[in-house]
Design a protein. Structure first.
Length: 256
């Protein structure tokens, strides 16, 4: 048996569905469930009451960078995202923060569902002599107790001046953060960068929405031009088809 091929043309207005010029509810077509679902969804997309508040469009491309000046160092977190079918995380951390890689991945996975995301954390230590100075209070107290002990045994001794105390080894130190405090600050900056990334994707998504709406308006204009011509095209097609059947010696059945 030869294959029978049926071709139909579909033209759609906001409230009309034509198949070969006939209203869709007058034509019976055997469709698979997946195809029928697509058509139902397509027709439902024109229902003005179906979706009054469409979801926000978020672009898959985005960038965010945040930085903080900390005692003895500066910390920077950068996030870059591009389109990807699944969530693909690339995390680059300095050696001092390797211990928080699993926490970083958990924070990213909780906020992002898909896309190729590159997370880079940079730690720059201040140059020697450039960091803020801090007074080692414990060392100063030890030096005071030692000076009082000397004065007790040698009352004629000259007390230490402030300059001499500051020059004492270990009294002045360069300020720095401990490993735990540094890790907490890095995670906090990461969460801030995620917020900035979401805002960046939303801004680009808003621009994408404008482009899509413009394209949709162009499609609607073309549909308005084409839809009135569908019945005429249908009649011409039937006339041509009937002529071919007659040339083949067949009697066309208008009910089929």
């Amino acid at each position: 048996m030869g294959r029978r091929r049926s071709r139909f043309r579909l033209a759609c207005e906001l409230d009309k569905l034509y198949i070969l010029g006939n209203p869709g509810d007058k034509v019976k077509i055997s469709l698979g469930r997946r195809v029928q679902h697509v058509l139902d969804t397509y027709a439902g997309s024109y229902d003005s009451n179906a979706r009054n508040d469409p979801p926000m469009i978020l672009s898959m491309t985005g960038f965010a960078a945040v930085a903080a000046e900390l005692p003895g160092c500066s910390l920077t977190v950068e996030l870059r995202s591009v389109n990807h079918r699944y969530l693909d995380l690339q995390v680059r951390l300095p050696d001092e923060l390797r211990s928080i890689e699993s926490s970083v991945r958990d924070v990213l996975a909780a906020q992002l569902k898909r896309g190729k995301v590159d997370c880079r954390v940079a730690l720059n230590r201040s140059a020697p002599g450039m960091a803020e100075l801090a007074v080692n209070v414990a060392r100063v107290l030890q030096l005071r107790d030692a000076a009082n002990e000397v004065l007790h045994h040698a009352p004629e001794s000259t007390p230490l001046s402030i300059v001499e105390i500051l020059r004492w080894p270990g009294v002045l130190t360069e300020a720095s953060l401990g490993a735990e405090a540094l890790a907490e600050k890095a995670v906090a900056l990461l969460k801030q960068a995620l917020g900035d990334l979401a805002a960046s994707r939303a801004r680009e998504g808003a621009q994408l929405k404008l482009v899509l709406e413009e394209r949709c308006r162009g499609i609607e204009l073309q549909l308005e031009r084409v839809a009135p011509r569908v019945p005429i095209i249908h009649d011409a097609y039937l006339e041509k088809l009937g002529a071919r059947l007659k040339d083949a010696g067949l009697d066309p059945d208008n009910d089929r």
